[in-house]
Design a protein. Sequence first.
Length: 131
Amino acid sequence: VTMHTRTTVELRAKYADLDRTFGLIALFRTPTQGQFSMILFDAGPGPAQVILMNDQDEEVDCPGLKHRVDIDRDLAVVQIPRGCLRDPAWVRIGAGSSLDAGSDGTYVDDPRLDGRVNTKSPVFGPRLAAG
């Protein structure tokens, strides 16, 4: 679920059974500022980490970037201040999750697809206007 308010873009990912080896990757397309990517990962032990990058793959200094991982509720939430995305009028978001399965490999899921996942280009949702 994604919300685009006058101050933030919030992404909420609900999992069937969230554990400490997940990754959440989201791409944000904006009308004039290109594409941003957000990576939230939790490889445990210690807290999860979140990184925001611009379309040049440079990390964006983003005061106010927040995240919360609730293993008991199987929920990951990321809040990005709109200023870090250069205050877009709208955003389109494509997101996916990964799970490290140890010697069995890594599983990747795009919630908008049934079947094979393209990890470099997720399926993007509709434009979400600020408001």
